[in-house]
Design a protein around this ligand. Structure first.
Ligand code: GLN
Length: 308
């Protein structure tokens, strides 16, 4: 007999529970103050059915898990060619916060590292009186099916210590990739990172990507199909930064991590998967999160290269 999904998820959480390696992301002071023991897992299938376990009501900030969605908004409004003129799609093989550009094009290598994400943030269309971060908050709220909020404490805390991202912003302004005030853009990017979610919100958001851009509950096409394909392709090759090859071989699911300790994964045509556990490794990936994804991929045969 097959184990029911909720029992299986609980089992996976229990098996991975004792792994206490990693450390909190202390370069953002507010993130160093979170409870390191929180642990949650959620799945939403393409028909909108959600399964979750552990601390599934705990809110945390999206951090870099916001990057694919800012990219999606930019692509949807400007089209793929226009966005490619500002940010590439090649894996960088470098850390997420590397201060570097592609040597040939002088553009950020991809939208998943900070230089590319700060650029992508600048490409979110602003409407009158609505900031780019607010525009993304509204979009993610629609995808999640509830009103999301900003975590003002985390935002303020990161703005105060954003020296590295400011360096990246000034570099981008110097080469003309950004064409307006880099401080304003970097602050907006940090605000986008401070959108608060639970694993259930993220699983619902990811299920829309898994479902070709259609939200199962409403039947609405919230993202165009070619945008979804572009976003998932970039998540697959660049979402896990300088551990992308390791992730692709062991897990094989398009994914994105955040230094708050979340990892999102999208299995096209099937399911959105989200784990949350705050202690991260040297790449900025949740340690227990990676463990869980490896197990789920193995146990459920989710690796995209595995065939049927
Ligand atoms: N806000 C964080 C930063 O820019 C996001 C990084 C991450 O989650 N990897 O440093």
């Amino acid at each position: 007999m097959k184990t029911p999904v909720p029992d299986y998820l609980q089992h996976v959480l229990t098996v991975c529970h004792d792994n206490d390696q990693g450390a909190l992301a202390d370069y953002i002071p507010e993130l160093a103050a979170v409870d390191p023991n929180k642990f949650a897992l959620a799945l939403t299938t393409v028909d909108g059915t959600i399964y979750s376990t552990g601390d599934d009501e705990t809110e945390f900030t999206m951090q870099s898990m916001s990057k694919p969605f800012a990219y999606a908004l930019a692509l949807q409004h400007l089209g793929i060619p226009a966005v490619l003129e500002k940010v590439g799609v090649e894996p960088s093989g470098e850390a997420f916060n590397q201060i570097s550009l592609d040597k040939e094009t002088n553009l950020p290598k991809n939208p998943m590292i900070n230089s590319g994400a700060i650029t992508t943030h600048s490409l979110i269309p602003v409407q009158k009186g609505i900031s780019r971060a607010e525009c993304l908050r509204r979009f993610l709220s629609e995808l999640a099916g509830r009103q999301l909020e900003f975590d003002k404490q985390v935002y303020k805390s990161e703005v105060k210590t954003a020296f590295r991202n400011l360096s990246i912003g000034y570099m981008l302004r110097t080469v003309g990739v950004l064409d307006s005030d880099p401080v304003e853009i970097v602050n907006g990017y940090i605000k986008q990172c401070a959108i608060k979610v639970t694993v259930k919100d993220l699983a619902n958001i990811c299920s829309v990507l898994a479902n070709g851009g259609v939200q199962a509950k409403t039947g609405k096409q919230l993202l165009e199909r070619d945008v979804v394909r572009q976003v998932l392709s970039v998540m697959m090759t660049c979402g896990m930064y300088d551990a992308a090859g390791d992730w692709l071989t062991t897990v094989g699911i398009p994914a994105k991590s955040g230094v708050s300790g979340g990892i999102i994964g999208v299995l096209p045509g099937q399911v959105g998967i989200v784990v949350f556990s705050p202690k991260i490794d040297e790449h900025g990936h949740s340690v227990r999160g990676v463990d869980i994804f490896e197990r789920l991929s193995r146990d459920m045969g989710l690796h995209l290269m595995e065939g049927t």
